[in-house]
Write a protein that binds this ligand. Structure first.
Ligand SMILES: [Zn+2]
Length: 113
């Protein structure tokens, strides 16, 4: 019997055999559960901002206090969910508007809620 190269199941199996340079599967059978974003501390970045790293793709720069203040599960899950969870509060320390879903404490003045 002639092998059906356009059979989706065979195509899928053939794709799954591909390996990347590190010898790991190139394609994943399931979407990744966790999106890891690397954030490097940089004191020249203003508070509460994440700037894309100029050299490293998928990497961001942020002030060390911003990194400490951010919720560690921030980048897990879809970006589109954020607007539903928005919870704007006025910081008692600096009177700036902050979205509580992103921060453990105020990224501007380090006041705890
Ligand atoms: Zn504040």
């Amino acid at each position: 019997m002639k092998k059906d190269h356009f059979n989706p199941h065979i195509l899928h199996q053939s794709l799954m055999k591909n390996k990347n340079a590190a010898g790991l599967p190139l394609f994943q059978t399931r979407p990744a559960q966790e999106v890891r974003v690397e954030i490097l501390p940089d004191k020249s970045v203003v508070a509460a901002k994440f700037l894309p790293h100029d050299q490293k793709q998928g990497c961001f720069k942020a002030h060390p206090i911003t990194i400490a203040a951010m919720r560690k599960d921030l980048f897990v899950g879809g970006m589109e969910e954020f607007s539903d969870l928005e919870k704007i509060v006025i910081c008692s320390g600096c009177q700036k508007e902050i979205d509580q879903q992103f921060w453990i404490f105020c990224p501007y003045c380090e006041t705890k809620y």
